[in-house]
Design a protein around this ligand. Structure first.
Ligand SMILES: [Zn+2]
Ligand SMILES: [Zn+2]
Length: 156
């Protein structure tokens, strides 16, 4: 597959995913309160990519180390553009091989595959996916707990 490139709104940070997203990769909709706040929106729209395929072509992000909370199995660091504030990606010590990228900088082209932390959604929200793919919390998967694990399970 072709590489995919994306950038923050002001263009300071430019990113590339070598080989693009896998053909069957689906987006994860995360309704957790941290994602909602940091997206400035109802939810985060993300996908997991392999760290070795993830490149920063231009610019240096600001990194926010998310305070550790109960149940967090490793430090989560969230990268954003320090000039325009666009959230770009997150990485977790619990999943050193993966990067959770925000999809808006890449054009939001992936269809949704699962929604997590649905327990935080409001009564007036409706899921974008079938009910079997809506989860109240984050799924634990093979020791890692990042959203990519959910995406992987749905791909197979
Ligand atoms: Zn920017
Ligand atoms: Zn989240």
């Amino acid at each position: 597959m072709a590489n995919i490139e994306g950038s923050c709104h002001c263009g300071t940070i430019k990113l590339r995913i070598l080989g693009g997203f896998g053909e069957n990769t689906r987006a994860i909709v995360c309704h957790c309160s941290v994602c909602a706040t940091l997206a400035g929106s109802l939810f985060a729209y993300v996908a997991q990519v392999s760290r070795v395929n993830f490149q920063v072509l231009q610019g240096t992000t600001k990194a926010y180390k998310q305070p550790k909370s109960e149940g967090m199995s490793g430090q989560i660091t969230r990268h954003f553009c320090g000039d325009c504030g666009t959230p770009l990606w997150a990485e977790s010590e619990a999943m050193p091989d993966g990067i959770s990228v925000k999809l808006a900088p890449f054009g939001n082209k992936l269809p949704p595959g699962a929604e997590i932390f649905w327990k935080n959604a409001h009564k007036w929200q409706k899921p974008m996916v079938v009910s079997e793919a809506v989860f109240d919390g984050m799924l634990i998967w093979e020791g890692g707990y990042q959203v990519g694990a959910v995406a992987t399970s749905l791909m197979d």
